[in-house]
Design a protein around this ligand. Structure first.
Ligand code: COA
Length: 171
């Protein structure tokens, strides 16, 4: 398993990856078949991430196939340039092998080198293994976001979680 930054040439593999993970859990913002991201759109997304020093897009690959990714997005506005939010996913066949943890470790090395002091995420309040992973890495719950997802008419709460990097370094 290799972790590396995504390239524009990864766009097709990324589109296929997103289609696959959509059907592997109910923890993401999109349902199977719902994302209408073409290879051209994905190329633009990756180009933008590569062009911004406040964004980063890492892939976990195995035999040239994407098995996980973490995608951090920050802002250039002065008051927000220290903060950003990420999304993470791993192919179901590869859960529980430490890939999510390694992707997060990569982000935690990248972030302070790019002026990031605060990392945010949102997670379903019932996504226990993801919450355990984030907690292990030092993230703390900062609030409950009620009814963030609606799945088959049922409201699903999320937690806002955050990590202030200075605090982690102080420990
Ligand atoms: C959440 C998610 C990214 C975690 O990825 P992952 O690769 O399974 O994460 P890890 O393997 O690093 O950690 C998960 C578990 O595996 C265990 N683990 C870590 N390394 C391991 C290893 N080498 N061998 C066996 N187990 C290991 C961890 O202890 C952890 O166990 P826990 O659930 O009891 O805490 C993944 O489950 C996923 O994509 N889920 C669907 C989408 C999703 O929920 N995304 C997050 C939205 S906020």
């Amino acid at each position: 398993m290799i972790i590396r930054e995504a390239k524009v040439e990864d766009a097709k593999a990324m589109v296929d990856y997103l289609a696959a993970i959509a059907g592997e859990s109910d923890n993401l913002t999109f349902e199977p078949g719902e994302l209408k991201i073409t290879i051209e759109i994905e190329e633009k997304i990756l180009e933008q991430a590569l062009a911004s020093d406040k964004d980063v897009f890492y892939l976990a690959t195995e035999d040239d196939e994407i098995v996980g990714n973490i995608n951090f997005h920050g802002s250039h506005r002065k008051r927000l340039a220290h903060v950003g939010e990420f999304g993470i996913s791993v192919r179901r066949s590869h859960w529980g092998q430490g890939i999510g943890g390694k992707l997060l470790d990569e982000l935690l090395v990248w972030a302070p080198n790019h002026g990031i002091r605060k990392i945010n995420l949102r997670v379903r309040a019932d996504n226990e293994s993801a919450i355990r992973l984030y907690t292990r890495k030092g993230f703390q719950e900062e609030g409950r976001l009620r009814c963030e997802y609606m799945i088959e008419g049922i409201c699903i709460d999320h937690y806002a979680m955050g990590l202030v990097l200075e605090e982690q370094n102080d420990q």
